[in-house]
Design a protein around this ligand. Structure first.
Ligand code: ADP
Length: 484
């Protein structure tokens, strides 16, 4: 048997996902938690040393499980935007990893948004925000003496997490990043496919400390283990990897991941398009493709809230039974703006609300309204993707922790009028990395990969368009109240 291992380095855990190439299926997942640190309010960090040691640990364990001689390659997918500074000569981290959630550069970003926001959006497809890597890199260069010292000695590397992992796994032989990860730094021009001089100057990041940019389907280096050299091949940021795993290679193909938050990516083709309310990012195709990306901060987290704070049920999956025990929400809407509202509203001050409660409102109505809120949020994104992206979405490819919820999936189809298509294999992120590895190694072509997806269940929209439009109008009114 032959295997490919996807190293899926996420925000709070890192996993090795073992894919059996002969049977074309995932056989095993080995997981290790990664601790987060909050040294000051709004600061979020992780130990870069732990990120590497935990990742190496799960990788080695997975290789041992299948036998090193049977491993064809290792692919990488990762939490995006997070930044690590390390010493080029030793690979030693010079500061903790600054995690994408960290808001330490928020004030600086507000300034830059005013003076350079438009230019940055045109070049990078991104809205200026502390979320992206550029201001984090600038902060490291301005505030950490070890980083400044390494820069002076010409011994500094700055990169996102995949870049650091590849550097370490290849013992410093490969200093690379792929264009999906680069497109989240806010230093990379998604029209010229290069680090952008004007942006490097603005954020005061020297070109010399950044990695070389390669295609996600590249061979990135070799990992030596057990007397063998294993190819590291295939690398992409988690959301773009998931789009590959879902086979979104053509314009109009889109995926939604329902996890703690909700991420929607739609392929809008090979020509750059800009959106007012969404981000444009680079995805993988025969050529690089542009994708509109929308993120809703709270989705599954609202189900968790019902479970943990309101004690409605013990297990998130029980939300489905409760929701279907009533015929509708009885006019109740929940807007779970626990941490403000993400796309398309971008309002960090908004707080959540429940509207339309009456004397007979019970936990089933509220639970149903929480699940419906996820579907309405996706409809908000979908409308913009279609109008600004000039595409027609025929179907929505779904995955993530909440996607087994059949009520949610059917409601999603009904409220968008789109077919919702759930694959058998829902580990889309790891699967996407595995596919990129196979393309890199010449085992499969992109056309062959596109045919591999097998649907588990397809949800067709109801004919009652008017009813669902009315329900959606109610959602928009509830959101308006939240923004007041
Ligand atoms: P992440 O990768 O973002 O940590 P997952 O993809 O594992 O998250 O999804 C976990 C989220 O999905 C949790 O917030 C949980 O409440 C929610 N969830 C899990 N199962 C269900 C379900 N059957 N119905 C609705 N929500 C669910």
């Amino acid at each position: 048997m032959s295997y490919i291992i996807a190293l899926d380095e996420g925000t709070t855990s890192t996993r090795a996902v073992v894919y059996n190439v002969d049977l074309q299926k995932i056989e095993k997942v080995i997981n290790a938690e990664i601790k987060q640190y909050y040294p000051k309010p709004s600061y979020v960090e992780e130990s870069a040393t732990e990120i590497y040691s935990a990742s190496l640990g799960v990788l080695v364990e997975s290789i041992e499980t299948v036998g090193v001689e049977n491993v064809l390659g290792v692919a990488i997918t990762n939490q995006r935007e997070s930044v690590i500074a390390w010493e080029r000569s030793t690979g030693k981290p010079l500061y903790n990893a600054i995690i994408w959630q960290c808001r330490r550069t928020m004030d600086y970003c507000k300034q830059i948004e005013k003076t350079h926001g438009e230019m940055i959006k045109q070049k990078t497809g991104l809205k200026v925000d502390a979320y992206f890597s550029a201001s984090k890199m600038r902060w490291l260069l301005k505030n950490v003496p070890e980083v400044q010292d390494a820069l002076e000695r010409n011994d500094l590397c700055l990169g996102t997490v995949e870049s650091f992992l590849i550097y370490k796994l290849t013992q410093g032989k490969s200093f690379v990043t792929d264009y999906t990860n680069a497109s989240r730094t806010m230093l990379y021009n998604i029209n010229t496919f290069k680090w952008d001089i004007e942006l490097l100057n603005l954020f005061e990041v020297p070109r010399s400390v950044l990695p070389r940019i390669v295609s996600p389907d590249s061979i990135l280096g070799e990992f030596e283990y057990g007397g063998r050299k294993i190819k590291i091949a295939g690398s992409a940021g988690d959301q773009q990897a998931a789009a590959v795993g879902q086979g979104c290679f053509e314009p109009g193909q889109a995926k939604i991941t329902y996890g703690t938050g909700m991420f929607m990516l739609a392929n809008v083709g090979e020509h750059y398009k800009e959106s007012e309310a969404l981000l444009t990012t680079l995805g993988y195709g025969k050529k690089p493709v542009y994708m509109f990306e929308g993120s809703v901060f709270n989705a599954g987290s609202a189900v968790q809230w019902l479970r943990d704070e309101l004690d409605f049920f013990k297990n998130s999956s029980q939300s489905e039974k409760l929701a279907t025990s009533v015929k509708d929400t009885g006019g109740v809407y929940v807007v779970p703006a626990f941490t403000g509202l993400g796309s398309p509203y971008w309002n960090s001050e908004a707080t959540g609300l429940i509207t339309g409660i009456r004397r007979d409102t019970n936990k089933s109505h509220i639970t149903r309204a929480v699940l419906e809120a996820m579907a309405y949020s996706a409809r908000d994104l979908l409308e913009i993707m279609q109008s600004e992206g000039q595409i027609k979405l025929e179907s929505l490819r779904v995955d993530g922790g909440a996607s087994p919820n059949n009520f949610l999936m059917q409601f999603q189809a009904d409220v968008t009028g789109c077919v919702v298509d759930r694959p058998i294999e829902r580990e889309s992120t790891a699967l996407g990395a595995v596919y990129l590895c196979q393309i890199a190694l010449g085992i499969k072509t992109i056309e062959e990969i596109a045919k591999l997806r097998v649907s588990d269940k397809v949800f067709n929209p109801s004919n009652e368009r008017e009813k669902f439009e009315r329900l959606y109008d109610g959602w928009k009114k509830a959101v308006e109240r939240c923004l007041l």
